[in-house]
Ligand binder design. Structure first.
Ligand SMILES: Nc1ncnc2c1ncn2[C@@H]1O[C@H](COP(=O)(O)OP(=O)(O)OP(=O)(O)O)[C@@H](O)[C@H]1O
Ligand SMILES: [Mg+2]
Length: 350
């Protein structure tokens, strides 16, 4: 997921709209409102921030910044970090001219790399603008670089070298193994780890306080647990819950509902049918759960958690079931029928 951060500013409200009683201005997404503005605001990625700040402290502009490769799971601060870094380098006004962002929604075949990147990269820039000292190079951010074709990545190797005097590249991806080695080896690599519980909790509590959200401790705990290190997900869930329940207390059940989590009794019912080894019962239970409309992958996630901690199953059984769950996951991604796949899992894996 890569928001185009040059379009962050909310559109100004039409004149007079605020004055119309009962008509509220659309609220700005909290993931943008609470995007860290400075490198010091980035939580939980201390090593990455420390190394980048050290790099920036260097006196020699040419040596200051190598090509960068940020990788790690979604919602851990990769885009926010490069944005904050660019702001520190260029000041708030120069970013538009000095930073080019291309993400997966842009066409990024070999031709685009050749044309767009080269056009932007070949214009050299000066050392200071309006008194703000800035490095004599631009930054090109290639978000979701792991979705670029191998050919496009290969084409990028030469471009990176040719324009390295006037340009620095920052590649961002979730899966570093999908970046070809010659490209990865040209960059300084930074791993972003899933956010720890304490950082996510304090950030969520800060947002709750700022926005007047009535969320008890167990709701915050639920949010943090469901997000599983993805800060974007926890903030999105919180804002969705707040939109629905404004002044009321936001309970953990509301969060479950919004997150599409399958309620425990439903999972219990499925597992009971499974343990009975009665195919008719299994079929009935599967049909019921599919009719409730929960996502198959979410269901698999929760089943996996329950099975792994089930003391009645041996390690061998757990391994076999995990393999079947992995196969079902792949089948669902490929577009298989959820009901049939669930039934297959239940009748074969035990
Ligand atoms: N380390 C962090 N510190 C503070 N806030 C964070 C952090 N990581 C993520 N966030 C919050 O989550 C939102 C999304 O973060 P960001 O866009 O930087 O994630 P990302 O790592 O680029 O994810 P993706 O891989 O999906 O592009 C930010 O706007 C911010 O509100
Ligand atoms: Mg991103």
């Amino acid at each position: 997921m890569a928001p185009n951060f040059f379009q962050q500013k909310p559109k100004p409200a039409p004149k007079g709209s605020a004055a119309i009683p009962g008509r509220e201005l659309p609220s700005r997404p909290w993931i943008e409102k609470y995007r860290p503005k400075h490198m010091n605001d980035i939580s939980s990625q201390e090593e990455v921030v420390a190394v980048l700040q050290k790099t920036l402290e260097s006196q020699n502009y040419d040596l200051k910044l190598p090509h960068l490769l940020f990788y790690g799971p979604p919602g851990t601060g990769k885009t926010s970090t490069i944005l904050a870094l660019a702001k520190e380098l260029y000041g708030p006004d120069m970013i538009r001219d000095r930073v080019l962002e291309l993400n997966a929604s842009d066409e990024r075949g070999i031709d685009v790399i050749r044309a767009k990147v080269k056009n932007f990269a070949k214009v050299t820039v000066s050392h200071s603008v309006n008194g703000w000292p800035c490095p004599p190079y631009k930054i090109i951010i290639l978000d979701e670089a792991d979705s670029m074709t191998t050919d496009a990545q290969s084409a990028l190797r030469r471009t990176m070298e040719t324009y390295s005097k006037s340009t620095r590249f920052c590649l961002i991806c979730n899966y570093i193994s999908r970046i070809i080695e010659p490209l990865a080896s040209r960059c300084a690599k930074f791993r972003f780890k899933p956010l720890d519980t304490a950082s996510t909790t304090s950030r969520i509590e800060h947002i709750c306080q700022n926005e007047g959200v009535n969320a008890p401790r167990e709701t915050v705990e639920t949010l943090v647990r469901l997000a599983d290190g993805d800060m974007r997900r926890s903030i999105m869930l919180l804002q969705s819950a707040f939109r629905l329940h404004k002044t009321n207390v936001i309970t953990k059940e509301v969060i479950w509902e919004i997150a599409g989590v399958v309620p425990e009794p439903v999972i219990d019912g499925l597992l009971a049918a499974w343990h009975s080894r009665d195919v008719a019962k299994m079929e009935l239970a599967v049909e019921r759960v599919v009719r409730l409309g929960y996502s198959g992958t979410q269901l698999l996630d929760q089943l996996q958690d329950r099975i792994i901690t089930d003391d009645h199953l041996s390690s061998i059984q757990k391994s076999k079931i995990s393999i079947s769950i992995a196969e079902m996951d792949k089948a669902l991604v490929d577009g298989a029928d959820e009901q049939l796949q669930l039934l297959r899992l239940f009748v074969t894996a035990y």
